[in-house]
Design a protein around this ligand. Structure first.
Ligand code: GAL
Ligand code: CA
Length: 351
């Protein structure tokens, strides 16, 4: 069946080429057209931040199309399984992709993908879920686009410390300490533990006394965070003064939990997130969330698009700045009520 199809496709291709060949001698040589086919696979299509990032990516890629350069993008969702993702990469390569953008499910298990790419001589841009350095450094043609987890944790800590200093009433039981809980992303993700550690350390270094009540894992997910937060509210009732979430979706989930319990505004803890998603920025604009840290999805999407096109076309590589020849890290930015609306507008969410 397959070979029958192939033969027919080949026959059709020959037919299409024929008129050009016949008239070729009368025409000037036309530069050959270039086809860039970018295969994308990401760990889970329920992830708000990545969906927003990939929307930007598709738009950026479209803008890079020129007369003689055709760009196609195929995006696949690995549904949380590394095995599925490995199979998808094989299918993407078989479908003619000449560069890959991979958001690993398991960031410690890129070897199958790296092997396939090597066999076919295809470059891979890993993004958002950072492979360990040994894996990335093992061969040419492997890159990473993302952001520095530590920076986001420090910024979240600084935002929280500033806010607590200016709003000392948040120490509701007046014991001189801020009772806090953390909602963490996936275990093993570079952005989970590093964000938490740095946020907490930064607040402490700024001279604010903290008391940890609980840590809960909610895998970046709003519904899971709501559920975990409900458990923590049952346990500590009005005792929670500060909620640090590793991302906006989990901060929003924590707010959902309080809303469900009909907490009045004056009894709520203060919430901080990271990402600056559409709903995250909205929550900062409405003062429901005190602050977030902008995870530059436009910058990361644009860097991925530029790099993908440069890798296939061979043009523009010199203009791209790398760290250690393989890494592109986009800076984070603090978000408060003052700049949330302008970031929201820059994202063109309303269009
Ligand atoms: C983080 C982001 C989270 C989630 C995660 C997925 O950088 O803050 O919201 O998208 O990546 O890997
Ligand atoms: Ca207190």
């Amino acid at each position: 069946m397959k070979s029958w199809k192939l033969r027919n496709i080949r026959a059709a291709a020959v037919l299409l080429l024929l008129p050009a060949a016949l008239t070729g001698c009368q025409r000037q040589q036309i530069p050959s057209e270039q086809r860039i086919h970018i295969g994308v696979t990401y760990y889970n299509r329920n992830d708000t931040y990545l969906n927003e990032l990939l929307e930007h990516f598709k738009q950026d890629v479209k803008q890079k199309e020129k007369n003689a350069v055709h760009i196609a993008v195929t995006v696949t969702d690995a549904g949380g399984s590394q095995k599925t993702q490995d199979d998808q990469v094989k299918e993407l390569i078989d479908a003619g992709c000449n560069v890959l953008c991979v958001n690993l499910v398991d960031r410690s298990a890129p070897s199958e993908i790296i092997d396939m790419a090597r066999e076919k001589g295809i470059s891979v841009i890993f993004f958002n879920r950072e492979p360990v350095a040994e894996d990335l450094l093992q061969q040419d043609g492997l890159y990473y686009v993302g952001a520095d987890a530590k920076e986001s944790g420090v910024m979240q800590g600084e935002l929280a410390a500033d806010w607590i200093r200016e709003n000392s009433w948040i120490d509701r039981n007046r014991d001189g300490k801020i009772q806090y809980v953390v909602l963490e992303g996936e275990p093993g993700h570079q952005d989970a533990i590093i964000r938490t550690e740095n946020a907490v350390e930064t607040i402490r270094n700024e001279g604010i006394e903290l008391e940890k009540l609980s840590y809960q894992m909610a895998n970046w997910n709003r519904a899971q965070a709501q559920n975990r937060m409900e458990q923590m509210i049952s346990q500590y009732q009005n005792g929670i003064e500060l909620v640090l979430a590793n991302n906006d979706d989990m901060a929003l989930g924590a707010m959902d939990a309080y809303k469900k319990r009909n907490y009045t505004e004056s009894a709520l803890p203060v919430f901080f997130g990271i990402d600056g998603t559409k709903e995250g920025l909205q929550a900062v604009m409405d003062s429901r969330m005190a602050g977030t840290v902008y995870n530059d999805k436009e910058g990361q999407a644009e860097a991925m698009a530029r790099l993908a096109v440069a890798l296939v076309s061979g043009e523009g590589m010199d203009e791209i700045e790398f760290e250690k020849e393989k890494y592109i890290y986009l800076p984070y930015k603090k978000v408060t009520k003052e700049n949330a609306a302008s970031l929201y507008q820059e994202n063109k969410y309303d269009e």
